[in-house]
Design a protein around this ligand. Structure first.
Ligand code: PLP
Length: 328
């Protein structure tokens, strides 16, 4: 090993050590409900919201190997994209702060959003914010636009919206490995909220690696989510034909679309938290649990099955929601 290799390996070891020291193990919490008893189903929640107060849930899982890659490449910056209340940008900013990376966000919308609780906190952690029009934001995945960013930030790691790239998968696979260890491999079905598809792809990859008989269901939180089937398949490096048996994306449980929060969904979230002591927010995890109970009622799961729902965090978004409601 030459000196540069030794330095790289020392820097990676240091980062891994820091990660281990601040990220908590996430417990598996059983949920009791009369409906579950009636159908002889067992439900547990993998509490990834407890991984870290700021870098929580699937955001941590998806960032972990991207951060290690950024350190390996010794980049100056990590650049990514998101909406004004993005959980991903919030987690990336926190990770930049804790693990010593410069971060930059390209945000859809006007600069007046800079004062919202999510982005205020991102700035406080040192993230540089750049606001772009919705038109420009739409170009975020275009190869030419990506190339122009790479030229502008010649030594940067550019992460897609939601942090969903191939390096997101191994981190999510670790969550699957942990839940299997925590249950003595008795997981029949894993359920998660789906936005960009990276988390679902990581769970599918994890199941294939560690326990192929487990089925996986994603609950799309946005309208017209069919296109995500293709996104997930390409994250898994395959065409869509292989799926169906082992995984399924539910696209009709979105409550009207992304960030739509009808009163019945809000009521459900409140009740769920009171009954289980598990905090949820209505954009992702609340929608997932609502959908999960709908599927249970429809007989989607087989009698006797053990379902594990992944709590993907995102609770920081509640502050922004409260602010939006106050504004009316
Ligand atoms: C709290 C929360 N849960 C679930 C998701 C959906 O994850 P994915 O975009 O990987 O499908 C997101 C978005 O990243 C999220 O912020």
């Amino acid at each position: 090993m030459d000196t540069a290799d030794q330095q790289e390996s020392a820097a990676l070891k240091l980062l891994e050590k820091k990660m281990q020291s601040i990220i908590n193990p996430s417990p598996l919490q059983p949920v009791k409900h009369p409906l579950l008893d009636a159908l002889q189903l067992t439900l547990s929640v993998k509490r990834d919201d407890l991984l870290h107060p700021e870098i929580s849930g699937n955001k941590w899982r998806k960032l972990k190997y991207n951060l290690l890659e950024a350190r390996r490449q010794q980049v100056d910056h990590i650049v990514s994209f998101g909406g004004a209340y993005s959980n991903h940008l919030h987690a990336l900013a926190a990770a930049g702060f804790h693990f010593n990376f410069k971060t930059k966000a390209i945000i859809r919308g006007e600069s007046s959003y800079a004062g919202n609780p999510t982005l205020k906190q991102c700035s406080a952690w040192g993230m540089e914010l750049q606001f772009v029009t919705r038109q420009e934001y739409k170009k975020r995945a275009d190869p030419a636009y990506q190339q122009s960013l790479q030229t502008l930030y010649s030594n940067a790691l550019i992460l897609p919206e939601g942090g969903s790239n191939q390096l997101a998968l191994p981190g999510v696979m670790e969550a699957v490995r942990e839940m299997l260890q925590q249950t003595d491999h008795s997981v029949d079905h894993i359920v998660t909220a789906t936005g960009s598809g990276g988390t679902l792809a990581g769970i599918i990859a994890g199941v294939r690696q560690y326990q192929p008989k487990t089925r996986v269901t994603g609950i799309a939180v946005l309208k017209n989510g069919h296109y995500l089937n293709q996104e997930i398949a390409s994250l898994l490096n395959e065409t869509r034909s292989r799926q169906r048996q082992e995984w399924c994306l539910q696209t009709e449980l979105h409550h009207g679309g992304y960030a739509k929060v009808p009163a019945k969904l809000l009521d459900f979230c409140e009740q769920f938290t009171v009954q289980t002591a598990i905090p949820v927010e209505p954009i992702y995890t609340g929608k997932m649990f609502f959908g999960l109970f709908q599927l249970i009622k429809q007989g989607y799961f087989k009698q006797g099955e053990h379902i594990v729902a992944l709590h993907t965090g995102g609770l920081q978004g509640l502050k922004g929601l409260q602010e939006k409601h106050k504004r009316g």
